[in-house]
Write a protein that binds this ligand. Structure first.
Ligand SMILES: NC(=O)c1ccc[n+]([C@@H]2O[C@H](COP(=O)([O-])OP(=O)(O)OC[C@H]3O[C@@H](n4cnc5c(N)ncnc54)[C@H](O)[C@@H]3O)[C@@H](O)[C@H]2O)c1
Length: 274
């Protein structure tokens, strides 16, 4: 009989954190919550993390010290804010706790810290933990590699009104996949927005359109539009538990791995040849 995997949740009082805790509690044979981190200013500090998540009391209080939250963990899962990412990477590295990181909107400097930390710690970073989106990314790269620049590539995404970064991390990952498929770099190919006197579309560019509204969980389409035909690859997340489920699957996969920077493609063993 294998013991339940001991997991710390960083950002335990957030939307994703609460969803993760409810999922953990639903499978006590597989998972055990052993630490729950929030911010010092959180009025819920000290409250039982299970109750805060809308589930059963579990005897794990919300704490504001990362070392305390990580003390008994075999793996940590972080869905917070980019402002917290460097601290959380440092805390996990010094405690030797592998980290599943889902926070989006990391800048160039944080990506550097991520890569540097992963030299000594197993870190799995995914901007979208859904199996469907991971597959969509691989398919977008495959399509871009096969369809030449007669096919204009556009990425359209829609999210709820609370989302603070745009385009979504997933849309960026899709853009990178298309750029990679074509042997280019997104930074030089992206048309982030269009307004006013834009001139005609540039061949080979990758356009982005962003929709924000209501409670949309997450929708992404990669469009390849040529004169004679259009290919649209679309994914719709209908419940945010899809991300939490994927993050848990990633945590199980990551615990006990060698140091390195991994993503959901590794978890799914997805290696689509171009
Ligand atoms: N990768 C994915 O699949 C995926 C899916 C959904 C959301 N996200 C990302 O996850 C992040 C969180 O999303 P959310 O919807 O749960 O947001 P949220 O605002 O509901 O929750 C974030 C929580 O993090 C807490 N927090 C901030 N700084 C912290 C710190 N230093 N230590 C501990 N806790 C801290 C906040 O108090 C808040 O409770 C966002 O970046 C979002 O884009 C990623």
């Amino acid at each position: 009989v294998t013991e339940p995997l001991e997991i710390s949740i960083l950002g335990a009082a957030g939307r994703m954190g609460r969803t993760l805790i409810r999922l953990l509690q639903a499978q006590p044979q597989r998972y055990r919550l052993c630490g729950a981190l929030t911010i010092a200013a959180d009025p819920l500090l000290g409250k039982d993390a299970g109750l805060v998540a809308g589930g059963e009391a579990c005897g794990v209080p919300l704490v504001a010290d990362a070392g305390t939250a990580l003390a008994h963990a075999r793996v940590a899962i972080d869905f917070t804010l980019p402002a917290a990412t460097a601290d959380h990477l440092r805390a996990c590295a010094s405690a030797g706790i592998p980290l599943v990181l889902g926070t989006t909107g990391l800048d160039e400097a944080l990506r550097g810290t991520l890569v540097a930390t992963a030299r000594t710690l197993p870190v799995l970073y995914a901007r979208n933990f859904s199996v469907g989106v991971t597959l969509l990314t691989a398919l977008a790269q495959l399509a871009a590699a096969r369809l030449d620049e007669d096919y204009d590539a556009e990425i359209i995404e829609a999210h709820h009104r609370h989302k603070v970064d745009a385009p979504s991390g997933t849309a960026l990952a899709l853009g990178e996949a298309v750029a990679q498929g074509r042997g280019g770099a997104l930074a030089t190919l992206a048309d982030w927005s269009r307004h006013g006197d834009t001139g005609p579309r540039e061949r080979g560019h990758i356009g982005f359109s962003v929709i924000r509204g209501g409670s949309i969980v997450g929708e992404h389409t990669v469009l390849f539009a040529a004169d004679e035909e259009r290919l649209e690859l679309s994914h719709r997340a209908v419940d945010r538990s899809v991300f939490a489920r994927g993050a848990l699957r990633a945590a199980v996969w990551l615990a006990g791995r060698q140091p390195g920077l991994y993503d959901m493609h590794d978890v799914l063993g997805l290696h689509i040849a171009q």
